[in-house]
Design a protein around this ligand. Structure first.
Ligand code: AMP
Ligand code: TRP
Length: 334
């Protein structure tokens, strides 16, 4: 018997223009893993509405995200790229999993606590967010979930939900594992190396957006916060987080080893480091920006790709959902 091919699933929200942390922490890994495994990448619009959204903005950002992912190298021939709301099984499976998930498990989630603290009125969907994420992952018999560090707790919760379901109803779900890179798991803000780079922080100079112009990128790196030292070395020292962050970005985009990078910057100052990192980022993002602009001119082509992705996803998710309902004792329609 030939061994079962490894299945990879990850998701990303259409909640604003992607930034360098999304690319280095998540998308670059998804692109590198195409080919030998079975890959699913899902644009999780149902997750995005857990905080209030403008309908026109959500619609635009969903198409932009699809174009950007393809421009980053997600190849629809090798990866099933689809929009979550196109596959009804996700919302339905979420409901079924809600009914095996204790409330206390959700109230403990740190992402929920941080996001809830920022809202005046917290929506039920925000608390339920990780159960929908579990449904996404479990419907595809996923083995690996490549994500940034911040998603680790949600993947652990997914494992707990799957184990609990299997315990009650018998072996149904594959138990997935998170795959988190060592370098790039947490790209920090350029203006504040103690805070994760985030697409929701609008401060100029905080994040590098994947569609930023070369001048904007140079501006942001020139102002990147470093420290009063002068040594250019990788380090875990929180006081040197700014320099370490710049070096990690350089490492991930150059593909060079850490000793080679330290040797390269030996004797150079922080100014040189910032401008070399800016240039390597500009070169890496140039084809992405150009590809994105090209695809945005072809909305029909984009919709066609997403329709094919949704068909492929349904072919996997729907039979799985039937199996889940059967295990739970639902009378299936004939
Ligand atoms: P989000 O922007 O929250 O939808 O995240 C999409 C993916 O990018 C997830 O896998 C995150 O863990 C990852 N990610 C987001 N921001 C960063 C960051 N600053 N560093 C590394 N990974 C990140
Ligand atoms: N919560 C994830 C994030 O904000 C997005 C997501 C939704 C996801 N469903 C997923 C990630 C399934 C991995 C697998 O980044």
């Amino acid at each position: 018997m030939t061994p079962r091919k490894v299945r990879v699933f990850s998701g990303i929200q259409p909640s604003g223009m992607l930034q360098l942390g999304n690319y280095l922490g998540a998308i670059q890994q998804w692109v590198a893993g195409q080919g030998e495994k079975i890959n699913f990448i899902c644009i999780v619009d149902l997750h995005t509405i857990t905080v209030p959204q403008e309908p026109a903005v959500l619609r635009r950002q969903t198409r932009e995200l699809a174009a950007l992912l393809i421009a980053c190298g997600i190849d629809p021939q090798q990866t099933t790229l689809f929009v979550q709301s196109h596959v009804r099984a996700h919302a339905e499976c979420c409901w079924l999993l809600n009914c095996v998930t204790p409330l206390g498990w959700l109230e403990r989630m740190t992402q929920y606590k941080t996001k809830a603290a920022r809202q005046e009125s917290v929506l039920t969907g925000l608390l339920d967010y990780p159960v929908l994420q579990a449904a996404d992952i479990l419907l595809y018999d996923t083995d690996e979930v490549p994500v940034g560090e911040d998603q680790k707790q949600h993947i652990e919760l997914t494992r707990d939900i799957a184990q609990r379901f299997n315990g009650i109803y018998g072996e149904t779900f594959v138990i997935p594992r998170p795959v988190i890179r060592e370098s790039g798991a947490r790209i920090m803000g350029l203006n504040d190396p103690t805070a994760k780079m985030s697409k929701s922080d609008p401060t100029r100079g905080h994040a590098i957006r994947l569609t930023d112009s070369p001048d904007e990128i140079r501006w942001a790196f020139k102002r990147a916060v470093t420290d009063a030292g002068r040594e250019i070395r990788f380090s875990d020292d929180p006081a040197r987080a700014g320099v370490n962050n710049l070096l990690q970005i350089y490492e991930l985009l150059s593909g060079l080893s850490r000793p080679a990078i330290e040797a390269h910057f030996e004797g150079k100052g922080y100014g040189a480091l910032k401008s070399e990192v800016a240039e390597i980022v500009i070169e890496a993002l140039r084809p992405i920006r150009e590809g994105f602009e090209r695809l945005m001119q072809e909305p029909a082509e984009l919709d066609r790709i997403l329709a094919i992705g949704a068909d492929q996803a349904r072919a996997v998710a729907e039979p799985k959902l039937v199996q889940v309902k059967e295990r739970m004792g639902f009378v299936l329609p004939t």
